[in-house]
Design a protein around this ligand. Structure first.
Ligand SMILES: *Cc1c(COP(=O)(O)O)cnc(C)c1O
Length: 415
């Protein structure tokens, strides 16, 4: 059963009608399904059963505490990219030994917090970061467990903004420099080599680049072994794509992982993964209401109460999200531009959608669980939307709507 399905013409999240969610919590509003979150995580766990493996959910995709908690209870670890994300996962009681820290710009203060917390591993992205980490760890009298994020120079074939594994990207250590940097790390007193990692991009629909990247990491691991440097885990990052529209070729988690696991067979390497989008992307939607219909000579606009500040992906990447009516309506469809109230022509949620609409209709913008609320802003002084998680027959408010007063509470006029 899909977590979001239609009963009697009304779209539901699990057993809750989205019309009821809108009536109780207002619009715009994010709606997540606990069941969808759990089953997406389970797909990874199932493939890894019996292996020494850890799925570290990439917190940046959706960092709501309820989402983190549901995943932690189901056995997930976490991949964080800031002290803020570290504090979030600690707030839900995550085990520090299930936390890895990624990101190109870790500050000394962030390193200090992560070291005193005792996280599993720092995914180091440059020579300068390695030296800084060694210094911070020395000051604290600790040894920092590290992995080098190696840039395998493979083309993930995804949007340029979310492709991260090419030489020209800012991420990771160049493949040809990684061996020397591992030797350097082996000689530092306050770091301890734990693993090797890569993350080649996001929204990958083809599993082949993952296998290509792993081949390169394994070749490097063999060279390191020849240097007397042992690597205990391999972290393949995240990046597995989801279906935003029917025409997207969906790779199953099994088809993604089996070739990788086959390559790892017989090597005593712990396996780490950092999926984000694949865990939460299809587990959330954005519920919005049509404010005005504005038919025109060239285009018809449906102005809805959600906007680019809520869901930036269409404006940022030209992304497609399916948009469907919450209550099915009879009548011939018209082609609509689905736009928000923000004063920017880039403020669109969908172009050219065939829908039968009336003022006040509810729409669901689908596949909006990842990089959606997490990227939202207060542009145009719009309070961020409420977040609701449905669990069976219950809808729980997991982040209340912001008030306008909260938005300027930190501001002051000149004396
Ligand atoms: C963003 C990110 C992820 C998660 O990527 P998804 O495409 O959401 O799976 C994992 N690891 C690192 C280092 C990242 O930056």
């Amino acid at each position: 059963m899909s977590a979001f399905s239609r009963h009697g013409g009304v779209l539901h999240a699990e057993s809750v009608a989205l019309t009821d969610v809108a009536a109780e919590f207002g619009t715009p509003c994010w709606v997540y399904s606990r069941q969808a979150l759990e089953s997406a995580l389970d797909e990874f766990q199932r493939e890894l059963r019996g292996l020494d493996a850890l799925v570290c959910y990439a917190v940046k995709a959706n960092s709501n505490l309820a989402v983190l908690d549901v995943l932690a209870r189901r056995g997930a670890g976490f991949d964080i990219v800031s002290a803020g994300e570290l504090k979030r996962v600690l707030a839900i009681g995550a085990d520090p030994q299930r936390i890895v820290f990624s990101g190109v710009g870790k500050s000394a203060a962030e390193m200090e917090l992560a070291l005193t917390t005792g996280i599993l591993c720092f995914n180091v992205e440059s020579a300068a970061e390695l030296e800084r980490l060694n210094g911070v760890a020395a000051k604290l009298g600790k040894k920092a467990p590290i992995s080098l994020r190696v840039n395998p120079d493979v083309d993930a074939g995804t949007h340029p903004y979310i492709s991260t594994g090419l030489k020209e990207n800012k991420f990771g250590v160049a493949y040809d420099e990684a061996r020397a940097l591992y030797r350097r790390a082996a000689g530092l007193a306050n770091v301890e080599i734990s693993g090797i990692d890569c993350h080649i991009g996001s929204q990958l629909l083809d599993p082949a680049p993952f296998a290509e990247a792993l081949d390169k990491l394994l070749a490097l691991i063999d060279q390191l072994a020849a240097d007397g440097i042992a690597v205990h885990h391999v972290d393949l990052g995240g990046g597995l794509g989801i279906r935003y529209r029917d025409s997207d070729a969906l790779t199953t988690v099994e088809a993604y992982l089996q070739p990788l696991l086959a390559k790892l067979k017989g090597r005593s390497l712990r396996i780490l993964l950092e999926p984000g989008r694949r865990v939460v992307g299809n587990a959330g939607l954005l519920l919005t209401r049509v404010e005005y219909l504005k038919p025109g000579e060239v285009k018809n606009f449906a102005i809805v109460d959600a906007a680019m500040n809520d869901l930036a992906r269409p404006a940022l990447y030209g992304s497609w999200h399916d948009i469907v009516p919450v209550v099915s309506r009879q009548g011939a469809p018209t082609t609509w531009e689905i736009v928000g109230p923000v004063c920017e022509s880039g403020d669109f949620l969908g172009h050219g959608r065939e829908l039968t609409l009336a003022d006040g209709d509810l729409l669901a913008i689908l596949s909006a669980g990842a990089y959606s609320m997490a990227m939202s802003s207060n542009y145009n002084t719009r309070p961020r939307a409420a977040e609701v998680m449905v669990d069976g027959t219950q809808a729980h408010l997991v982040r209340r709507r912001e008030t306008v007063e909260e938005l300027y509470a930190l501001e002051q006029r000149l004396p």
